[in-house]
Design a protein around this ligand. Sequence first.
Ligand code: ASP
Length: 354
Amino acid sequence: MAAIASRRHLAASMLYHNQVNASSSHTPTLLVHGGAWAIPSSDSAAHETGVRNALEAGFAILSRGGSALDAVQASVTILEDDPTFDAGRGSFLTSDGRVQLDALLMDGGRMKAGGVACVERLRNPIQAARLVLEESPHVYFVGAGAEQFALAHGMSLIENSELVLDRERQRLLEAQARHASGLADETFSGNEVANVTRFHDDKGPETAFTLDNHNSALDSHDTVGAVALDSSGNLAAATSTGGTLNKTPGRVGDSSLIGCGCYADNLSAAVSLTGWGEPIMKLVLGKWATDRVAAGTHPELAAREAIEYLYNRLGGHGGIILLGPDGRFGLAHNTPAMAWGIATPSGLHTGLNI
Ligand code: ASP
């Protein structure tokens, strides 16, 4: 019985593999996000502009026949350079007032990945991730080792203070004052009141009860990400973040962990997530979603199911962009907003809500 089941499984996966590789021309498609959280209306325009700029840079590469990997790297570089977002310069600060960045890049055609975490002296960690992907037998570097690897491969090291904005110093002070007075973090959830019957993630402040009418516009969680399909049929994904506000130095979230905040495999899908990282990483949510696409679920449904699973299982809040090898895609979030954009040969679209 077991042998028959496993032969059937093998036949099904070969069929899927052949379907994925049979089609010779693919419609280049790029999706980006700029974080899922309670985006205040005063920041809406900056988010949509940033996402549009990222789409234009990435899609220019896809349109001239470039690779999905180059496209997601270019899009995320633009978003890292834009201080609107929680990636690169302008990121949230750690509890001791520094910027610590995490990023991952994955090539679904070659099944290669490169990641860096807790880097403090790189302006564009996604470029360091690319160097890890291309130049190292290893997949993941952290801290000083990651910075030295990047330096040895031609990147410049900068002072951490070049990544720190006054806006973020102020935001950190406010977050620490709120924390000291026992108020909940509503960054991802808005002011939703927690449902006591749900199993709450014990480390996710977003699931805490709302204790006041705290203005979540003071917070921002703008991790950035991109997924792409190129004309050769290859998928790639990239995610880059400054992590969560007031995080303890050395903390790594979901964004740069393979299968958590980022994943790509031509035989399943490409995904990038955003939201409070601890619940996302415990559910290995990126891989969870791409496995569903490989099993035949439409990415639109798989994206919605992933966010429902995040909420129902751990009370988590976040957003997802998911792209299949046939160009079908899905976006979902359960935060009040998510900055998103999509580019195909028919045009560019951006939005702040699905
Ligand atoms: N997922 C990121 C983290 O936990 C934060 C975010 O998406 O905004 O580090």
